[in-house]
Design a protein around this ligand. Structure first.
Ligand code: GAR
Length: 188
């Protein structure tokens, strides 16, 4: 039986994208990278692994609905059934949400509902918490508010720099995301 097809959406360096595509025994095939930044490092990773990319500039479209309709047509061409956001720094709109109900998942570098939005690691570090972590959750129309699927905590020690904390969180992300993807696909 052929594997389900999935797309990853990303805007940045792509370390989570890389962890997903290099995961052993991933239960789906990543057939497309969607990226909204022309120079994002994640694009090079996709090229190296011969994964198709759709890179767009939101400013060239009249509206969020317009670029999301274009994204949907790219996803349909590749027969994508699941979407994994991995550092995609845009709010997903109702056009995409309605096209893929219950099939869009995000990873966020904090224990939601704490520290939603941008720079979650810096927010937690500056708040001086002794525990933060990683959340994988379904997307809804809010910012990092959808139903939580899995969380893993990361201790913050007083000797930790913000950079060290980021490294610890990303290591957890790179293990957690592929394993949650596999659990989700096996139960659906
Ligand atoms: C990851 O830490 C991810 O959790 C975060 O962006 C980073 C992307 O890194 N996402 C968010 O903050 C979403 N609100 P990467 O490009 O190296 O995977």
């Amino acid at each position: 039986m052929s594997k389900l097809k999935a797309a990853v959406f990303a805007s940045g360096a792509g370390s989570n994208f890389q962890a997903i595509i290099e995961a052993r025994d991933l239960a789906c095939e990543i057939v497309l990278l969607i990226c909204d930044k022309q120079n994002a490092g994640v694009i090079e990773i996709a090229k190296k692994h011969q994964i198709s990319t759709f890179v767009f500039n939101a400013k060239e479209f009249a509206s969020k609905q317009a670029y999301e309709e274009k994204i949907i047509s790219e996803l349909r061409k590749k027969e994508v059934s699941w979407i994994f956001l991995a550092g995609y720094m845009r709010i997903v709109g109702s056009t995409l949400l309605q096209a893929f109900p219950g099939k869009i998942v995000n990873i966020h570098p904090s224990l939601l509902p704490n520290f939603p939005g941008k720079d979650a690691i810096a927010q937690a570090y500056q708040a001086g918490v002794n525990k933060t972590g990683v959340t994988v959750h379904y997307i809804d129309e809010g910012i990092d508010t959808g139903p939580i699927i899995a969380q893993e905590s990361v201790a913050v020690f007083s000797k930790d720099t913000e950079e060290a904390l980021k490294k610890k969180i990303q290591e957890v992300e790179h293990q957690l995301y592929p394993s949650v993807i596999n659990q989700l696909l096996q139960t659906k």
